[in-house]
Design a protein around this ligand. Structure first.
Ligand SMILES: Nc1ncnc2c1ncn2[C@@H]1O[C@H](COP(=O)(O)OP(=O)(O)OP(=O)(O)O)[C@@H](O)[C@H]1O
Ligand SMILES: [Mg+2]
Length: 226
C-alpha cells in the first residue's frame, strides 16, 4: 500500500535528512521506525503527509505518487491518514468529544454518524467518562488516548504515530501500544516511530532502522538495536 522509491530529502540550507530511502509497507503491517535523534524519522512522516516534499524520488500510497499531488488534493490525503503526534496537538478549548468529532466534521460526516463513532472510539480508548472534559484537565496518557481516538475516528486504513509514548510512564505507554496493536489487528496499517527500546524488543514486529537518513536495517521480527 505504501512505497518509498529512492527518496532523498535535503532541507533548504540544511542537512540531507533522508538519503535514497527505498521502503515498502503492505496493507495491515505493523512497522516500528527507530533511529537516533536526527536520523530522519519525523521527516519520513512529514513526507507522507505532504508537509514536506522530497528532493528526489517517489512516494506511492495506494497507487498514487503523492509527491505529484496537486495542492487541492492534499487535504484529502491528510484525512485518509490517521496521525498521532508526540505532543498530542489537541484543541485546548474544546472538550474531548469535540476534539475527536472534529476529524469527522471536516470530512462532512453526518451528525448521527459522528455521534455514534465518537462514542465508539472514546469507549475503545477507555475515556467515555471524560468526554465532556477539556484536554487540560486530563493526564498526559489520557490526552494521548484522545489523540489516538481522533486519529482513528475516520477509520483510516493507515495510521502514523510519531513517538506516541514519548512523554508517558512505562505502564501508560504500554496501554497506548496495546491500543495501537488492537487497531492494527483490525486491519489498519501502522507505522510507529519510537525510542522505546523495551516495547520494540518485546513485541518483535518489523523494525526499520534509520541512521543519518539511510535505512540501515529492515527486519521482520526485529529488535531496537541490530
Ligand atoms: N524544517 C527543517 N529544516 C531544516 N532541517 C531540518 C528540518 N527538519 C528537520 N531537519 C533536520 O533533518 C534531520 C532529520 O530530522 P528529523 O526531525 O527527521 O529527525 P528525527 O529522526 O525525527 O529525530 P528525533 O528522534 O529527534 O525526533 C536533522 O538533522 C534535523 O536537524
Ligand atoms: Mg522526530
Amino acid at each position: 500500500m505504501l512505497e518509498f522509491r529512492k527518496v532523498t530529502k535535503a532541507y533548504p540550507n540544511g542537512p540531507i535528512a533522508l538519503n535514497d530511502v527505498t521502503l515498502s509497507v503492505s496493507q495491515g503491517e505493523f512497522v516500528f521506525v527507530v533511529g537516533q535523534s536526527g536520523a530522519g524519522k519525523t521527516t519520513l512522516t512529514k513526507l507522507l503527509l505532504r508537509e514536506e516534499k522530497p528532493t528526489q524520488g517517489q512516494i506511492i500510497l495506494n497507487g498514487r505518487d503523492i509527491t505529484k499531488m496537486r495542492a487541492g488534493e492534499i487535504p484529502y490525503l491528510r484525512r485518509s491518514i490517521g496521525v498521532v503526534f508526540q505532543d498530542f496537538r489537541l484543541m485546548p478549548n474544546w472538550t474531548v468529544e469535540e476534539n475527536v468529532a472534529f476529524a469527522m466534521v471536516v470530512v462532512e460526516a453526518s451528525p448521527r454518524l459522528i455521534h455514534r463513532r465518537v462514542a465508539k472510539v472514546l469507549e475503545l480508548v477507555g475515556l467515555t467518562h471524560k468526554a465532556k472534559q477539556l484536554p487540560g484537565k486530563l493526564s498526559g496518557g489520557e490526552q494521548q488516548r484522545v489523540a489516538l481516538a481522533r486519529a482513528i475516528a475516520n477509520q483510516p486504513a493507515f495510521v502514523i504515530a510519531d513517538e506516541p509514548t514519548g512523554n508517558l510512564d512505562p505502564e501508560t505507554a504500554w496501554g497506548i501500544v496495546k491500543l495501537l496493536l488492537e487497531i492494527n489487528a483490525a486491519g489498519t496499517t501502522m507505522l510507529m516511530v519510537t525510542h522505546a527500546k523495551q516495547i520494540v524488543d518485546s513485541l518483535r514486529k518489523r523494525v526499520v532502522a534509520l541512521e543519518g537518513g539511510c535505512v540501515v536495517r529492515d527486519e521482520e521480527r526485529g529488535v531496537y538495536h541490530g
